[in-house]
Design a protein around this ligand. Structure first.
Ligand code: BG6
Length: 464
């Protein structure tokens, strides 16, 4: 039975409004959850109807008002001080009463969409009060705990959180998540590489010139000043989404393209990453954002050059670029192949590129050099495209939708293994130690103008 009590810690936050509720709504519309209760918990004085209403603008399709009402009838709010152990006892009584009223079987998903500082205390209180129970199997009624990224703020804090939660729950119940790993096209990266003979033989330092990963956002920090000012771009998206993308691109062939084998290969790559150089930016106006320190040196933009120190990748630069309030919302991975020897009078201006587009369109694009129509032997680049929505006439499901569905079904491979998290924090700690210079940039620019110096120094030409 796929019934579930969703208990969301941090339900008054941005993540619930933008991603979690819209994804839950989609799952309910698609009848992927047969019966449910939605319980939001946070410090604020509010109610669930208000929180759900804030989500309306983030739902892409036309809203089915009947289902909207049905959700409201099953939604409850619990004002909760996460640090107050006693309040979890009354919370337990309330959850049990709700489950009885809604005729639920007691499957509980605890989603910690709160700052990582609360992960240990919430987990401890859930365990001690008996709201969540330790279980050895995935069998119903299951209790699963979901930890949003970033898991900690450095290696030491991640290790402390992990040992805390492992004291109370078994690994099968713990989901450390990174929504990028459930994006449809991201799931395609390894599959395309290992099922097409044309890529794998070239996937190394003999044929690849450099790899670029760009996660550019047109939005700012929204209402997340307190969180963002503490974390910055590096902890917000480099530590998790971007390094996991690198791991997927650079990993060796797993024995099978399934959860544990892929996680093992990703972890092997992350252990070999070293930091070469970088530059930070902060958008003009950041210091005036709510809950941001007026002297803050937090980066809202970062460009970083990494190496992977193994036989396959030695000497190939991996460039990462991310930022808030940039020109466009775009996430892409571009693999630039080396240029061929020129046998023509007019040589190709460029080499081949494989671009994996993650956002806003999902797809792959390969540039080839072809002959320009006419008599002269001129070369021009053309794109061979696979566009997901054009071919399948629909957009892939939202990453959080897939994630929640997987967790309900007990698909544990969506959880990031803790050693991967340790390795990514080791890289981030190295980035932090390097103390890259911070420059201001204007909103809707491509980053600080000093990025040009970084580009010149390393011979980078950003492709997107
Ligand atoms: C989140 C970050 O993990 O990813 C946000 O906390 C960022 O700051 C978001 O906006 C980007 O995700 P997506 O799926 O919109 O590219």
């Amino acid at each position: 039975m796929n019934d579930c009590t969703f208990i969301i810690f941090g339900a008054s936050g941005d993540l619930f409004k933008r991603k979690l509720f819209p994804s839950l709504y989609a799952l309910i519309v698609q009848k992927k959850v047969s019966n449910f209760a939605l319980i939001g918990a946070a410090f604020d004085e509010t109610d669930m109807k208000t929180l759900i209403e804030h989500s309306r603008e983030f739902i892409k399709e036309d809203i089915d008002e009947k289902i909207w009402q049905q959700i409201n009838n099953c939604a409850y709010y619990q004002q909760l001080d996460f640090n107050n152990k006693d309040s979890y006892l009354s919370f337990k009584v309330r959850i049990e009463a709700i489950e009885k009223k809604q005729k639920l079987s007691g499957n509980r998903m605890f989603y910690l969409a709160a700052a990582a500082d609360f992960f240990c205390i919430i987990t401890e209180c859930l365990a001690i009060s008996g709201v969540a129970q330790k279980k050895n199997t995935q069998e119903a009624p299951w209790h699963r705990l979901v930890y949003e990224k970033p898991f900690g703020h450095d290696l030491a804090s991640a290790q402390a959180i992990n040992s805390c939660i492992k004291k109370y729950f078994n690994e099968v119940q713990i989901y450390r998540i990174d929504h990028y790993l459930t994006k449809e096209i991201v799931g395609n990266i390894a599959l395309v590489r290992f099922t097409n003979c044309v890529f794998e033989p070239l996937w190394n330092n003999r044929y690849i010139d450099n790899v670029q990963i760009v996660l550019s956002e047109s939005i700012g920090i929204e209402n997340r000043g307190a969180y963002y000012d503490r974390y910055g771009a590096v902890c917000d998206v480099v530590q998790n989404h971007m390094l996991e993308l690198i791991a997927l691109i650079a990993m060796e062939a797993p024995q099978m393209l399934t959860g544990e084998y892929v996680r093992e290969q990703r972890a092997q790559v992350l252990k070999k990453v070293s930091v070469v150089d970088g530059i930070y930016g902060q958008y003009d106006g950041y210091l005036q954002e709510a809950h941001v320190n007026s002297q803050s040196m937090t980066e809202t933009f970062a460009a970083i050059m990494l190496h992977i120190n193994n036989h396959r990748w030695s000497g190939v630069p991996f460039y990462l670029k991310t930022g808030k309030y940039l020109k466009k919302k775009e996430t892409h991975i571009t693999i630039k192949f080396k240029q061929v020897d020129c046998l023509l009078k007019v040589c190709p201006r460029d080499s081949n590129y494989l671009t994996i587009s993650i956002d806003p369109e999902s797809g792959f694009s390969l540039t080839l050099n072809v002959k320009k129509p006419g008599i002269a032997q001129e070369v021009m680049p053309v794109n061979m495209d696979f566009c997901h929505s054009c071919l399948f006439e629909s957009f892939p499901p939202e990453a959080y939708e897939v994630l929640l569905d997987d967790i309900i079904r007990g698909e544990h491979s969506v959880s990031v293994r803790f050693d991967e998290i340790e390795d990514t924090w080791t890289v981030v700690d190295e980035i932090r130690r390097k103390q890259f210079s911070l420059y201001t940039y204007q909103k809707e620019a491509d980053g600080p103008k000093e990025l040009e110096d970084f580009n010149k120094k390393h011979g980078v030409r950003w492709l997107l």
